[in-house]
Design a protein. Structure first.
Length: 123
């Protein structure tokens, strides 16, 4: 996925779409009016921009997801690790845990993830 960075407002809008898609565009306008206090033109402008960028599509008045929330955030995480930690996941984890710490539960979950990866990949 190409680098796709969302501003705070676009991200709030995207979360609404991800939570409700597929959704008729008129319903999306109503949701955005309620949750973001937006007028109809604002909703359609942001929707158009995110459709042009490939995140969503609006076909026959139905808004659908082209890039899932999980895929989007996975790509964002990969971009952060690549740009800030030279692609090193261990360097990222070291920096992250130095500030936040690591609970036993988190450590055990990471170990389970590594073991599942190794099993899945025959290592």
């Amino acid at each position: 996925m190409e680098q796709l960075v969302l501003g705070e407002v676009q991200e709030r809008f995207a979360k609404i779409v991800w939570a409700n898609a597929p959704i008729p565009s008129g319903e999306l306008v109503k949701l955005c009016e309620k949750e973001l206090c937006w007028k109809k033109p604002t909703t359609y402008t942001v929707l158009r921009k995110l459709c042009e960028r490939g995140l969503f599509e609006n076909v026959n008045g139905i808004v659908r997801v082209r890039v899932s929330k999980e895929s989007f955030y996975a790509a964002q995480s990969e971009q952060l690790i690549n740009s800030s930690f030279n692609g090193s996941l261990p360097a990222f984890l070291t920096a992250f845990t130095a500030q936040k710490g690591l609970s036993d539960q988190d450590a055990n979950e990471i170990i389970r993830m590594i073991e599942a990866y190794r099993k899945e990949n025959g290592k």
